[in-house]
Design a protein around this ligand. Structure first.
Ligand code: ADP
Ligand code: MG
Length: 701
């Protein structure tokens, strides 16, 4: 019954004709009664308070006044007429103004009748006026339910033009809800409702659409937010069961010569405690017989690469191949160089495959992969092409994963009959709340310790007008044998402006740092891969002292002798990008510096970003600020996932409820993994209904 009613197409609701129905669908994605039911008010106006005209003090907030209309007139040019009504109470007068629909409104207004006026006033030449206010006769107002808290619904301009403004949508809800009484089923286990003293589903829906008082509204909202998180978490945890516990995995039960030989003879340093712990977690997963799906988060420079390498060596000891995917050509190349160097003198065979690998070499690699001559393949997206086939791929490491789309990752699964273990490494710390919602189906490890002896990077903010001092500082550092990066905002193929900025910057640096005393490199997205590589190598070898670059160097590039990072037009970079860029320095033993350049004029948000960078080096703290500033939608490509299309809950504000939902969902599935107990039947039923409409986007991540 409930099902049928909630699935009723929206055009069958009284007051919604075909035209309005079309708009509701295209503008708000409201197709059914059920969709309208979960279109929640985004705020409430307190209509219990009345103001007098004299008390109106600001033009920014809505006020409610009781009074009478004393006269009505039409003013202005014939084609631009507006209707003006004079409204007064015992303390003063205001004007009510309509620019549209004057004829109709004029007829409906009654002079001398007591009205309740509601709206947002404008202030002009010493007078307040209310454009298109809400008016209701006092006698009607007394009967209407809006006397207390009035819900405000989202709407759009097109809907408003068709009479469905925030209030119009509220009226539809008013028609709908009484019809649904007695058919809205509970979907949370009874013990949760009892324990938290939350209202039933039906009570909650009634309360958010027709709030009686703040208290019951609050607990209804809490319950609905919890519910929203709860079902996401159940879905995540079930997904996790499927991709780990219920999916067979390759068994890496041996630790042999590849690992041990490297560990005792080639590893140039002692692992940090955090690296050892994460390696143990990976060991445990990969020998369990279940499929591993693990996210390793570690700030820039925390030493994720060597953890990946050691894991790949364990795979090799068990007769399996591994691959390591990087998001850019430069990074793949650098991983390859670094790993080859570390593996020198061992038996482990490694190759590099990217978009620019020559055909002959590519063919060789393809053959070697198939006949097992290769242990480790490093590369870019090129290595997930269907033509690349492995003899027995056992482990896939994905570096800086958020740049890989879900679909691309899914291709990896298919490279073997038993899917390879997946290790995802990211240097962009993800706030815990976001991680729980987005990657709640992954196991997660954190490398929360930097290798010993690192000095925290000193970060300062300088205005463009101080550029000469900054150049002076760079010269001092270069005189001490250090190297500097100067980074400009991303060059888009189309953005000529960016390119000009970069060229101008490069030219002025070449003037300021002339040969033969100085040598300057430049790397940007428009260069050919081999030219980029050549310049990178010159800088890495110390042949050039300054690297002028765009964000192509953002990820992973490792030149320990570089100790100064100058970022130009800092205000144009996002926080996580800034943090990534800063991570390019501070990799050696010397004190490193990050100089954030900007113009004088900064938006509040840009200022907050800069202040945050100056205040802290902690990637998790930075990620939290980023989440607060941008909201979850823009981060980590979450938009595509659709997973964060939350109707009432808000990840940045409701994180306590999110943690609670996670805990309760874990408890639920621990007690009843398949939700077969009778007391969970309703929860199960709701979960199934909801899951039907959703794509399994997180099949792999
Ligand atoms: P990221 O986590 O940013 O990928 P890398 O793996 O590139 O960091 O490591 C950064 C640098 O730290 C590299 O030069 C690496 O050799 C070095 N490193 C990694 N682990 C340790 C350690 N335990 N002790 C000392 N140096 C280390
Ligand atoms: Mg790295």
């Amino acid at each position: 019954m409930e099902k049928d009613l909630l699935k009723t197409p929206i055009e069958f609701l009284k007051g919604v004709g075909p035209a309005k129905a079309d708009l509701l669908k295209t503008e708000m994605r409201i197709f059914t009664f059920g969709d309208l039911l979960t279109l929640y008010p985004f705020r409430y106006i307190d209509r219990s308070k009345f103001y007098t005209v004299k008390e109106i003090q600001s033009a920014s907030t809505e006020v409610q006044v009781r009074g009478k209309i004393t006269s009505i007139e039409e003013v202005g040019q014939p084609r631009k007429k507006r209707l003006v009504a004079h409204f007064e109470d015992s303390t003063g007068r205001v004007e009510l103004v309509w620019f549209k629909g004057a004829q109709w409104i004029k007829k409906s207004l009654q002079i001398g009748t007591e009205y309740v006026l509601f709206g947002k006033p404008n202030y002009f030449k010493g007078k307040y006026s209310f454009p298109h206010p809400e008016l209701e006769k006092v006698e009607d107002f007394k009967k209407s339910p809006i006397q207390g808290l009035q819900p405000v619904y989202p709407s759009t301009e097109k809907l408003t033009n068709k009479g469905l403004n925030a209030r119009g949508i509220g009226k539809l809800t008013k028609v709908l809800l009484p019809q649904l009484k007695g058919v809205i089923r509970e979907n949370l286990p009874a013990r949760i409702l009892e324990h938290y003293k939350w209202p039933s589903k039906e009570q909650s829906l009634m309360a958010v659409h027709f709030p009686k008082d703040l208290e019951s509204l609050e607990s209804a909202r809490k319950r609905l937010k919890f519910e929203e998180f709860y079902f996401i978490q159940i879905s995540m945890l079930l997904q996790k069961q499927r991709t780990t516990v219920l999916t067979k995995g390759q068994v890496f039960d041996k630790v042999g010569d590849a690992f041990n030989g490297f560990y005792s003879n080639h590893l140039p340093f002692e692992l940090t405690g955090a690296q050892k712990r994460v390696l143990k977690e990976i060991r445990k997963d990969t020998k369990s017989g279940h499929h591993m799906n693990r996210l390793v988060q570690g700030d820039v420079g925390s030493g994720k690469t060597v953890v990946a390498l050691l894991s790949m060596l364990i795979a090799a000891d068990n007769g399996f191949q591994s691959c390591l995917m990087a998001p850019t050509e430069i990074l793949a190349q650098q991983h390859y160089n670094g790993l080859s160097e570390m593996l020198e003198g061992t038996e482990v065979r490694i190759a590099l495959l990217t978009g620019s690998t020559k055909t002959a070499r590519r063919k060789e690699i393809h053959a070697d992969l198939l006949n097992g001559q290769l242990d480790i393949l490093v590369g870019t997206h090129a290595l997930i092409e269907p033509t690349v086939q492995f003899r027995n791929l056992g482990l896939a490491v994905i570096d800086e994963q958020h740049r890989f789309g879900v679909a691309q990752r899914a291709k990896l699964w298919k490279k073997n009959s038993i899917p390879p273990h997946i290790l995802i490494m990211t240097a962009t710390p993800i706030p815990r709340t976001l991680a729980m919602s987005l990657y709640g189906d992954l196991d997660s490890s954190v490398i929360d310790e930097l290798p010993p002896g690192r000095k925290p990077i000193k970060t300062v903010h300088r205005y463009d007008s101080n550029r000469l001092q900054v150049f002076g500082f760079m010269k001092e550092q270069i005189a001490k044998g250090r190297q500097c990066y100067v980074v400009y905002p991303l060059i888009e193929e189309s953005a000529k402006m960016d390119f000009k900025d970069l060229e101008d910057g490069y030219n002025s640096i070449c003037r300021e740092f002339p040969t033969p005393d100085y040598h300057v490199s430049i790397v940007h997205g428009r260069m050919k891969a081999e030219d980029k590589d050549y310049e990178m190598q010159r800088f890495a070898k110390g042949e050039t002292q300054i690297m002028v670059a765009t964000t192509v160097i953002e990820v992973g590039v490792n030149v320990p002798n570089a100790s100064v990072m100058v970022i130009e037009s800092t205000e144009r970079f996002g926080l996580s990008q800034l943090h990534q860029l800063r991570g390019r320095v501070g990799r050696g033993a010397e004190q490193s510096f990050c100089i954030l350049m900007s113009g004088q004029k900064l938006s509040n948000e840009a200022r907050t970003r800069i202040e945050t960078m100056v205040r802290t080096n902690d990637g998790f703290e930075i990620a939290d600020v980023d989440l607060q500033l941008r909201g979850p939608g823009d981060m980590m490509g979450t938009r595509q996932s659709g997973m964060l299309d939350l109707k009432i809950a808000d990840i940045t504000k409701d994180n306590q409820l999110l943690h609670l939902a996670r805990k309760e969902a874990e408890g639920l599935l621990a007690e009843d993994p398949k939700l077969t107990k009778p007391e969970h039947a309703a929860t199960r039923q709701f979960y199934i209904e909801q899951a039907k409409g959703k794509v399994q986007w997180s099949r792999i991540s």
